[in-house]
Design a protein around this ligand. Structure first.
Ligand code: GLC
Length: 819
């Protein structure tokens, strides 16, 4: 109720209030004096400190900081006292600041970089951003404003921008709603939302970052504020976009485009990227609440291997523990976990275990005792412990915002790592509490020395938990890359973890929502995301499960998971016909692993999102603003999942350029829609002309064998196209010392010839020596192939799929194929 009231206040009063110093509006807390709503007044003074300009209206101050050529940060201090510069999202603002200038005319102060100008209106303190041609991209509609929080101290802080007709909005994390957020009002408050519904808000994660697209030009706004935050995208008023927070400082980054891709990449320069995951983490994962006892795991493993369905990881949900006590084992179900994990590992399966934040109150339980003795658990404002019921019953909760607690927590994984556990799944870390939902607002947090109530720490609690997990695993596993998965998160969570979209439902609607959520997470800086394949609650039909597996092939994180009260749900659970299709698609995931892995590298190294909605590829095309049922994985493969029950064909839009059907190799023209066949045993997937797509042979798990020869599918193009391929050890951090190979291929051709060039960077030496190149779509039968000037002596002919096969040394520089 309280929030609704506050929102109403804004609805009614904002416009009338601006320009006046103090306004009294109804205080939502009954019985307290009216809240004073204040707006910035005219600018009276400006001072410079290096790359920061402090503007003052005589009472409040605004800091404008040049972060980079394309990023400008704005902060508001209602009484001119800025808070400590500390952010969980942006670990270091060590951006290189290029040339910037300051100027003043009758109406404005202007801070300019080489690409963007920030204008401050002297009279009304409106802040706007313009490009190099003085075209306004983003403008305040109202001056920044605030109201005092009489209960907790601090302020509710508001920013209202102009919204332009047809301006589209994207991002904001995991919202299960239309891709374009125009017309919506949404909030960020991490919430355990079992069986969430379409449009439900908020869900598990808080990513207060959005991308605006107007007349083909994009920019981003990242409000780095961990309190409950709100975004109104032309909902209350078609002419306004507002964002506000229930506390903390109003600080936001303006991120220049003009391309949506650039906005996302620049957002990653602030919040970091996902490091390379271990290669095995990109395989197929099988999970359920819960697989126990031990014999169940062995059966499962046997089934995968005997049915020849590839799989890399099996999960243990909460029942592996003794009474749901984290870091313990139920010895009845798992008498010798080390032996079991070793046997699974010998068969190529990694074991991933769940760990929740709630620690059972039990003086005979070592984790509770250590936490209690060291005062690591959260307390209320009157010093009582924060207690709540979760799976183990009465629990206390570590304060993960305390670095000492994170260190302790990280160390608790020692035994699990020693016995061979390969990955950790962090759940319930919104934090979730049965009954009340989450912690009361007054719980205190250390907040890395910057203290705060739960209002401030709530949205980062889960991220700090998985950070502790990641850092702990990294230390314990020495040179191996940790694998973590978290349900809750805040902006920057990608530095520590993959995510899944939480407790979805086995329905066609949720299949669609999953596709949307993954695309949205990807463009919100959280690339390594997946849904519970099949739906967590409820029963999928075999058809729905198979369609979900197909989408899963192109989910950065591919895991099937189901609730305990559902029927067993493995790839073979729906009869042999569907098992065969599921196998075919899981095999496809494994074939494409080197491509998928390269897309993760491109993300880590260059900040590219892994999934890219169509609007990101062709943002000038207005009709793309609402296209949300297809996306590319990396920049070469277009994925058109079948999301309708009973469908045997679907409409696809191919972006401008030439495309090939992945399965049939049929060439199709881009820039238009096509109706394509999509019976249940297939799924429309297209490859961009000119692409060089690496493929592995089918393997049962990523460590099954070494690649003896690397296969590439090379798609003819009559214009030049670049492709990247990345490889390294697959599980170490040696890539940070340049022990990797990044190969660049350039393909071009015409009606008589085709050229493939390769250049290589990095120091890694793969075991294989040769490439098996399969050239697709050649408009002529070649008579001659020159590899680095030498004639190729192998046979040249089209195979049944009209491919020409050429074997070449992995060191080739140039191949010329002629008619
Ligand atoms: C939560 C998780 C779910 C898990 C269950 C039991 O509902 O979201 O994935 O299986 O708890 O641990």
């Amino acid at each position: 109720m309280k929030e609704d009231k506050e929102e109403e206040n804004i609805d009614i009063t904002l416009e009338q209030l601006e320009g006046t110093e103090i306004q009294h509006v109804n205080n939502p807390i009954v019985g307290l004096k009216p809240i004073e709503k204040r707006f910035l007044g005219a600018v009276k003074e400006v001072k410079q400190h290096n790359n920061k300009y402090i503007f003052s209206d005589g009472s409040a101050s605004v800091e404008i900081m040049v972060v980079s050529d394309e990023i400008i940060k704005v902060r508001l201090a209602p009484h001119s006292v800025f808070l400590d510069e500390f952010s969980y999202a942006v670990p270091a603002l060590d951006q290189k600041v290029a040339v910037f200038t300051f100027s003043e005319d009758d109406t404005h102060y202007t801070v300019s970089t080489n690409t963007v100008s920030c204008l401050v209106n002297k009279e009304n303190f409106h802040i706007s951003f313009a490009d190099i041609n003085s075209k306004l991209i983003n403008e305040d509609y109202l001056a920044m404003h605030w109201e005092e929080n009489v209960q907790f101290g601090g302020y509710y802080v508001y920013c209202t921008k102009k919204s332009y007709p047809e301006e589209a909005f994207y991002g904001l994390g995991d919202k299960p709603t239309d891709l374009n957020l125009r017309g919506k009002r949404l909030q960020n408050w991490n919430t355990d939302t079992y069986s969430f519904a379409k449009h439900q808000d908020p869900l598990y994660r808080s990513i207060p970052f959005y991308i605006s697209l107007h007349e083909g030009v994009a920019h981003g706004i990242f409000m780095d504020n961990t309190f409950k935050t709100h975004f109104d995208f032309a909902h209350e008023d078609a002419g306004k976009t507002s964002f506000w927070a229930d506390g903390g400082e109003l600080q936001y980054y303006y991120i220049h485009g003009p391309h949506m891709m650039d906005v996302v990449k620049r957002y990653h320069t602030l919040t970091g990227t996902h490091k390379l995951p271990p290669l095995w983490a990109l395989g197929y994962h099988q999970c359920r609440w819960s697989y126990y006892p031990e014999s169940k795991l062995h059966d499962l493993a046997k089934n995968f291997r005997s049915r020849k369905i590839p799989c890399d990881a099996l999960y243990l949900d909460i029942d592996y523990m003794d009474g749901y006590r984290c870091f313990t084992w139920n010895k009845k179900y798992f008498p010798n976990p080390k032996k079991m994990i070793k046997e699974l590992s010998d068969d190529g399966f990694k074991t991933v275990v769940i760990i929740d934040p709630g620690i059972k109150v039990d003086d005979n339980y070592w984790v509770f005792k250590e936490g209690k003795e060291n005062k690591y658990f959260c307390r209320r404002s009157d010093d009582y412990f924060m207690e709540g019921h979760v799976w183990p019953g009465r629990c206390q909760f570590p304060d993960f915002t305390n670095p000492e607690v994170r260190q302790w927590w990280g160390g608790l994984f020692k035994e699990l790592v020693d016995i061979g556990v390969a990955g950790v799944w962090n759940d319930m870390n919104e934090p979730a509490v049965f009954g009340s939902g989450t912690f009361p607002d007054d719980v205190r947090h250390q907040y890395d020395g910057h203290r705060g109530s739960h209002r401030k720490a709530h949205n980062v609690y889960g991220m700090q938990m998985v950070r502790a997990t990641y850092d702990g695993l990294k230390k314990l596993q020495k040179s191996k890359r940790p694998f973590t998965i978290t349900r809750a998160g805040y902006a920057g969570v990608q530095r520590y973890s993959s995510v899944w979209t939480g407790d979805n439902v086995a329905s066609w609607e949720h299949l669609k929502l999953g596709s949307l959520q993954m695309q949205r997470l990807s463009m919100s800086g959280v690339p390594f995301a997946g849904t519970d394949i099949g739906g967590f609650s409820g029963e999928p039909t075999g058809e729905l499960f198979t369609r979900w597996i197909q989408l899963g092939v192109f989910s950065p994180f591919m895991r099937a998971h189901s609730a305990g009260d559902t029927a067993e749900r493995e790839p073979w659970s729906f009869g042999t016909a569907l098992e065969d299709i599921n196998r075919k698609f899981i095999e496809l995931r494994y074939k494409l692993l080197p491509y998928i892995y390269s897309a993760f590298w491109e993300h880590h190294r260059y900040g590219f999102p892994i999934l890219r909605p169509i609007v990101m590829l062709e943002q000038e095309n207005k009709t793309n603003k609402y296209r949300e049922d297809e996306f590319t994985f990396g920049d070469k493969i277009l994925v058109c999942p079948v999301l309708e029950e009973g469908a045997t064909s679907r409409k696809v839009y191919l972006p401008v350029g030439n495309w090939y059907d992945y399965f049939s190799h049929q060439a199709l023209a881009g820039g238009e829609e096509h109706q394509v066949a999509a019976p249940l045993d297939t799924m429309p997937i297209f490859v961009k002309a000119g692409s060089v797509i690496p493929e592995y042979p089918v393997m049962q798990h990523t460590n099954e064998f070494e690649i003896e020869e690397l296969m590439f599918q090379i798609y003819f193009s009559d214009y030049e196209v670049n492709s990247f391929y990345f490889e390294d050890h697959g599980d170490t951090f040696a890539y940070e010392q340049d022990i990797y190979l990044e190969k660049k291929f350039v393909v071009n051709g015409d009606l008589k010839s085709m050229t493939i060039k390769q250049s290589v960077e990095g120091l890694f030496t793969p075991r294989y020596e040769t490439y098996d190149l399969k050239i697709i779509g050649l408009p002529f039968l070649p008579t001659k192939v020159l590899i680095d000037g030498k004639e190729y002596l192998g046979e040249l002919k089209f195979d049944e799929l009209k491919r020409v096969r050429v074997k070449a040394s992995k060191h080739f520089r140039q191949i010329v194929i002629t008619k």
